[in-house]
Design a protein around this ligand. Structure first.
Ligand SMILES: NC(=O)c1ccc[n+]([C@@H]2O[C@H](COP(=O)([O-])OP(=O)(O)OC[C@H]3O[C@@H](n4cnc5c(N)ncnc54)[C@H](OP(=O)(O)O)[C@@H]3O)[C@@H](O)[C@H]2O)c1
Length: 395
């Protein structure tokens, strides 16, 4: 099959899609690319001067016409649990690589169950979570383990990722995706079961692996001397890191433990902050489980197409500290972006580089429903560093 395009950005009219399209347009890789979406006028108004492809997310015939002429589809059409099924199916059948910003664990589980085996046959790499969820966690853990092996001759048996210093805001699509997950969880016991399983995305979610409950209270990180509190996105990122480890054949041992928390300074002020964050998260979790309160939250939140201003995005930044432990030794690793808010400016770099990596780099990983580190490993790490992100041992 001949492919006249390297990559297509699907959803280029959306808040995040515009940022990703802009990132690709400025890329030194100069790919042969196109933008796609459901509204031709909106796509033309972007003025990018690249081919325009029109397809509704539910129109399989129109999606097939796109997926058969490109090597990669990069999609920001979300909530994925609402709009994502047909595109994953089309990419899988066409042997076309795919990357997205999904954070809906229950939907990713469905994609694994429905498409993983077929994608292995066609060679399509279906890579979810190529944004702030879950590249810092997945690539950070993978890169830290390479450093552990270099330094101590063995991988860490336990890694704790501490999400602390960051500044950003959310967009309408992100709110809609969170609401969709909460709605599904509210009406479907099986979805609640999936969301509550720490190994929900593993090839075998019921394998005999160590207990890995999500953090629910304030703790203390003794190497960094910081308070730890539950992290909202841990329920996504930890599942992705565990899937990556399982897909790689458990190279760090079946007893490997991955935890994810937020950090607060180890001072009295830090403790006050930790208590406030834990309380706020408890309140949010309570509200998200109740349809009426959820509707009130949705009214006050950004709507689809809306998100943080350019100034807010430019002021944004993020930093994750990953502590790798091996017996009585440890290594601290930093994943960070000082120039861009996590969810949008920085996510546009992460998703854009993932798409370019899938399109351009000589990867050897097999097809399947996979993760950024398993699909792209060192090639993506090199790209992210060149894009200005930090992945390095703490100095
Ligand atoms: N993991 C992360 O770090 C991260 C960060 C940012 C965003 N996200 C995720 O990315 C997704 C997008 O967020 P956003 O704020 O950019 O959303 P958004 O502004 O609402 O954009 C959604 C896009 O989807 C398109 N769309 C909606 N329904 C469609 C359909 N039936 N067929 C074709 N296209 C359709 C919209 O097209 P129109 O313009 O024609 O309406 C628009 O281009 C969300 O799922 C969000 O959770 C994740």
């Amino acid at each position: 099959m001949t492919r006249d395009l390297d990559l297509v950005v699907f959803g280029a009219t959306g808040f995040t899609g515009k940022l990703v399209a802009d990132y690709i347009a400025r890329s030194g890789d100069r790919p042969r690319w196109a933008i796609a979406g459901r509204n031709k006028d909106k796509l033309e108004a972007l003025g990018l001067g690249v081919p325009i492809l029109v397809a509704d997310a539910q129109d399989r015939t129109a999606l097939d016409a796109i997926t058969t002429r490109t090597k990669v589809v990069c999609t920001t059409v979300g909530p994925y649990a609402k709009y994502g099924n047909e595109l994953v199916a089309a990419c899988t059948e066409a042997g076309t690589h795919y990357c997205d910003l999904a954070g809906e664990v229950q939907w990713m589980r469905r994609m694994i169950d429905t498409h993983d085996a077929r994608a292995r046959e066609t060679g399509a790499r279906i890579v979810h979570t190529c944004g702030f969820d879950s590249i810092p966690s997945d690539m950070g853990t993978w890169a830290l383990q390479q450093e552990m092996i270099k330094t101590f001759g063995k991988p860490a048996t336990k890694i704790t990722a501490l999400f602390g210093e960051s500044s950003g805001a959310v967009s309408g699509g992100t709110v809609a995706s969170g609401m969709e997950t909460a709605r599904e969880g509210g009406v479907d016991r099986e979805v609640r079961r999936v969301l509550g399983n720490p190994y929900a995305l593993d090839p075998d979610p019921h394998a005999d692996l160590p207990p890995a409950p999500d953090e629910s209270s304030i703790g203390w990180e003794s190497h960094l001397k910081m308070f730890t509190v539950p992290f909202l996105m841990a329920g996504i990122n930890t599942r992705v890191v565990r899937r990556a480890h399982a897909l790689a054949g458990f190279p760090w041992g079946k007893g490997f433990v991955y935890r994810e928390v937020m950090s607060a300074p180890g001072s009295v002020r830090g403790l006050v902050r930790a208590v406030a964050i834990t309380g706020a998260l408890g309140g949010l979790a309570f509200a998200m489980k109740r349809p009426k309160l959820r509707a009130q939250l949705a009214k006050r939140a950004p709507k689809p197409g809306e998100g943080p201003s350019p100034e807010r995005r430019a002021r944004g930044h993020w930093k994750v500290r990953l502590v790798g432990e091996l017996e009585d030794r440890h290594l601290v690793y930093i994943a960070a972006d000082e120039h861009g808010d996590p969810g949008y400016a920085s996510t546009a770099k992460m998703l854009g580089e993932s798409a370019l990596c899938l399109a351009r780099d000589p990867l050897t990983s097999p097809g399947g429903v996979t993760t950024p580190s398993v699909a792209m490993g060192q090639a993506l790490l090199d790209r992210l560093r060149r894009a200005g992100l930090t992945f390095s041992v703490a100095g």
